[in-house]
Design a protein around this ligand. Structure first.
Ligand SMILES: Cc1cc2nc3c(=O)[nH]c(=O)nc-3n(C[C@H](O)[C@H](O)[C@H](O)COP(=O)(O)OP(=O)(O)OC[C@H]3O[C@@H](n4cnc5c(N)ncnc54)[C@H](O)[C@@H]3O)c2cc1C
Length: 501
């Protein structure tokens, strides 16, 4: 029995707005921690869409297991891995196919294998880099000049493009950094803050004075032992984890741990106001809800609109975090319809190629169990900050544009057996220069609003692991607040009872 319950007080109420992975992680932690601390709580999770999960969605059809949004998370960000363990999903965690941990980059209408040892923007091995047809000789020489260019000390924050052009040259930006790093964030490298997204490259420059030298040293430190797959390149595919059956399993497990009836899908929140010590949450579907604490786990723009009256400067900072829209197109084929050996995780397409596809995964190769053995599942990304116009196409035109590129790059023939188009409007936060200072200001304002916490991909990381961590952080903040509130109410009730005696 909670102190509140013993004293005959109403349960404390918490509303979580948004049931993406950030909101569900927050709701799960608030609920488990309130039980552990014996705080009596009413929990409500509101979401505008028809189902929980936000960007995460898995669809099984025709023997294919298709991820609509994210398909994996990084093992180096511990929050999601720990959560899977806590939810009893450890046995279902699985890595990428160890035999094909490499990727391709498109150049002049053809796919080139990313040279062995080349990771994101620079090589760590000499010969595969020297012999690749992915870069021109002039481009390779310019990248080599990184060894001679002194480290930049101080100065204003740089964009990814400024950093890469300064150290490695234009071709390294256009052909590698833009599609590989920009692609992760579906961002424009001329705006993306390197400090907020890939600070490890700044650290490399400061520590070794050269990115190439730092990459080479890192490879030496790892030991010359080849990673699984031997000829790894591209992203660190050995760090990617997913769940057997798809990431919707994570959403289902989180939902199953929340109290029955707590999730209210189809409830768009329209306003949020402070009323004395509490918050009033208005949703068209449910009317006004009074809450002692609120976790807002929405894209920053939507959060800004809700907080416009409660804290205008905070709302203004939130509104300054731009978002890009993307779509994914899953296409299932018979294996015989695809000419390419599909001996990698997929490919990226630099913006200079002017194609519809930004990147594509060979999903049935990347993870086991995504299609029957005689079929192939491909998944294309379209849109992002570099190609916003692509999202204006209707589904048929989008699929045709994707098919045109797949015919060119991997030689698909005939029509796909199955197609799934998934659109994500303003879903990918863009961490532009100044992002970290902006987030520090947002957190300072959040700290001054009792009973309010923010979570989501707009602040300190866009990956699933970052979003889980943001939900956990918001939950800790609220549960500490509720613990104090519960104790204060309990003491107040005891004093009242004593006075009455
Ligand atoms: C196509 C795609 C692929 C990705 N791939 C990867 C990947 O492979 N690995 C990885 O780590 N990350 C990936 N990401 C990023 C990651 O998936 C997202 O950053 C993360 O899922 C965001 O979770 P969230 O809960 O913060 O937001 P969301 O999932 O966007 O959830 C926000 C929720 O808020 C709801 N909402 C909005 N406005 C309101 C309102 N006014 N009232 C009520 N509800 C509202 C929405 O309906 C939605 O459900 C990908 C993202 C996308 C879009």
């Amino acid at each position: 029995m909670s102190p509140g319950g013993a004293a005959g007080l109403r349960p404390l109420s918490v509303v979580v707005i948004g049931s993406g992975v950030s909101g569900l992680s927050a709701a799960h932690r608030i609920w488990t921690e309130s039980r552990r601390r014996r705080i009596e709580l009413e929990l409500t999770v509101l979401d505008a869409s028809a189902r929980p999960g936000g960007a995460i969605g898995t669809v099984e059809r025709d023997g294919f297991v298709m991820e609509q949004g994210p398909d994996c998370f990084l093992s180096t960000k511990p929050a999601a891995v720990q959560l899977c363990h806590e939810l009893g999903l450890a046995a279902d965690l699985m890595g990428t196919n160890p035999h094909h941990r490499r990727s391709y980059i498109a150049r002049d209408g053809e796919l080139h294998q990313v040279p062995e040892g080349f990771h994101l923007l620079a090589p760590s091995k000499f010969w595969p880099f020297v012999t690749t047809g992915l870069f021109s000789w002039a481009g390779k020489l310019r990248m080599g000049m990184d060894l001679l260019i002194p480290a930049r000390r101080g100065g204003r924050e740089e964009t990814l493009a400024e950093f890469v052009i300064r150290r490695l040259g234009r071709e390294a930006l256009d052909q590698a950094a833009q599609p590989m790093i920009g692609g992760i964030y579906t961002a424009d490298p001329r705006k993306l803050s390197l400090q907020a997204t890939m600070p490890q490259f700044l650290e490399m420059e400061q520590k070794y004075g050269s990115i190439l030298l730092a990459m080479w040293k890192a490879r030496q430190a790892q030991g010359a032992a080849p990673r699984a797959g031997g000829r790894a390149s591209g992203a660190r595919y050995d760090l990617f984890l997913t769940l057997r059956g798809g990431l919707a399993r994570l959403v289902e497990s989180l939902v199953a741990r929340l109290p029955a009836g707590s999730i209210q899908s189809g409830s768009t929140v329209e306003s949020l106001e402070r009323t004395g010590l509490r918050w009033r949450v208005r949703s068209g579907a449910l009317g006004a809800l009074e809450a002692d604490a609120v976790c807002v786990s929405l894209p920053a723009g939507a959060t800004s609109r809700l907080l416009a009256h409660a804290d205008p400067p905070l709302a203004q900072d939130l509104a300054g975090i731009p978002y890009a829209s993307v779509a994914t197109v899953n296409l299932g084929f018979d294996r015989s319809q695809v000419r390419h050996p599909l001996d990698g995780m997929g490919f990226v397409v630099p913006a200079v190629e002017r194609r519809a596809i930004v990147a594509a995964s060979f999903s049935s190769v990347k993870f086991a169990g995504r299609s029957p053995a005689d079929r192939a599942l491909l998944r294309a990304f379209v849109g992002g900050a570099m190609h916003p116009e692509a999202l204006a196409m209707d589904d048929d035109a989008l699929v045709e544009a994707v098919m045109r590129d797949l015919r060119q790059y991997v030689g698909v023939q005939g029509a796909p057996r199955t197609v799934l188009v998934s659109r994500y409007e303003s879903a990918m936060a863009q961490y532009c220069v100044g992002h970290l200072e902006r987030v520090a200001r947002i957190e300072a304002h959040e700290a001054a609003l009792p009973g309010l916490a923010l979570a989501g991909n707009g602040y300190r990381g866009v990956g699933i692991g970052d979003c889980v961590a943001s939900g956990e952080r918001a939950a800790r903040r609220l549960i500490d607040y509720l613990t104090d509130l519960d104790a204060a109410r309990h003491n107040g009730a005891r004093e009242l009872a004593a006075a009455a005696c």
